[in-house]
Design a protein around this ligand. Structure first.
Ligand code: PPS
Length: 332
């Protein structure tokens, strides 16, 4: 009898302890939909929750309590090898931005999959967040641009360009990994190469379809040298509350590029979904590749070839970038 009551008492104590543990842990799990959760925490939990299923489907798109996949309100449409991945990844640090992880290629290559498929490629987001997708090939296709316009004529577009002197070797290194290319000297005589310098022609097409105020043209060299100032420019273009600051980025001497500041709390929220080396907080080695060695003579040729294209670009967009100039005749 005595033994029985002692046993019951022990069971009761264990039950009470378990209940306390369960209740405590439940109250510690932040509730995404609670207005008591500090704003910034809730947002980063949303980003961490990026791979889970849609949590609501019927509410209005603007509903901030509704976590679901939303169609993009901004696209990074070009150009390949101009820092598009660094751009979208750094933007993911903003609490009001949700970014698609991979290049979706919907408007140029996968349009027949339909919008249901497209939306399924998007990250989970809250109503107040802007979803951004990047596919550098969109800028090269008039069909894609027209489809984007039909989809949303007020969508914002970002284009990032790079000094051809840097982009051309980057493209060459990229293609060379997959294809049997001629030597760099031969390649820079090819039509394919000449096309790669022709930002002007493609951006002119964009301006035929979209009003200029919906299109932001950025420069890779600025993103590389001073990511914060580029992020601020984008923040203002998208009409977002300022949330970027210098503590988010650190220059990594080994990599030679700005990387994420791993000790910043916002980094942890996005590091799971981006292609980042965990030890360094830098992008993988596919970003920041070795470029082919270019002789000074060849470089002179690349610069001279690019010059007229660059001028046309600057005229078109109404701003200049500090790109390589050909040497003056008397210093050659
Ligand atoms: N912070 C930072 N870290 C690493 N890399 C950076 C960064 N900022 C810009 N870049 C430049 O991005 C170039 C790759 O461009 P993309 O991401 O547009 O390439 S891709 O088209 O998606 O393959 C890549 O080109 P390569 O140097 O030729 O590899 C980089 O120069």
């Amino acid at each position: 009898m005595e033994y029985n009551s002692l046993f019951s008492f022990k069971v009761l104590v264990v039950a009470v302890i378990i209940s306390i543990i369960v209740l405590t842990s439940l109250t510690m799990v932040p509730n995404l939909y609670s207005h008591h959760v500090p704003y910034s925490h809730a947002i980063y939990e949303v980003k961490e929750d990026i791979h889970s299923q849609s949590l609501c489907t019927d509410s209005s798109d603007d509903d901030d309590n509704c976590l679901k996949r939303r169609l993009p309100k901004c696209l990074i449409i070009g150009f390949a090898k101009c820092g598009t991945y660094a751009l979208i990844s750094f933007l993911a640090l903003h609490p009001d931005i949700a970014t698609a992880n991979d290049e979706v290629g919907f408007f140029n290559n996968k349009f027949n999959k339909g919008f249901e498929w497209y939306i399924a490629q998007m990250p989970l987001s809250k109503g107040s967040q802007i979803t951004i997708e990047k596919t550098p090939g969109y800028v090269l296709s008039m069909t894609a641009l027209e489809r984007i316009h039909d989809f949303n004529s007020t969508i914002k577009l970002m284009i990032i360009v790079r000094d051809p002197v840097n982009r051309v070797p980057s493209l060459y290194a990229h293609y060379k990994e997959k294809n049997d290319l001629p030597t760099f000297t031969k390649w820079i005589k090819s039509e394919e190469y000449v096309n790669k310098m022709n930002y002007h022609q493609h951006i002119a097409q964009v301006y035929k379809v979209f009003p200029r105020e919906q299109v932001l043209v950025l420069c890779e060299e600025s993103l590389e040298d001073d990511p914060l100032s580029v992020m601020k420019e984008v923040e203002s273009f998208l009409g977002l509350q300022p949330a970027f600051n210098k503590d988010l980025f650190v220059f990594n001497l080994d990599k030679g590029f700005y990387c994420f500041n791993k000790s910043h709390p916002r980094y942890h929220a996005i590091s799971q979904v981006l292609k980042i080396i965990p030890e360094t907080g830098c992008f993988s080695k596919a970003k920041g590749r070795e470029h082919p060695e270019i002789s000074p003579e060849l470089m002179k040729e690349v610069v001279a070839n690019a010059q007229p294209y660059n001028e046309r670009l600057f005229q078109l967009i109404g701003k200049r970038f500090n790109w390589t100039q050909p040497l003056m005749n008397n210093t050659q």
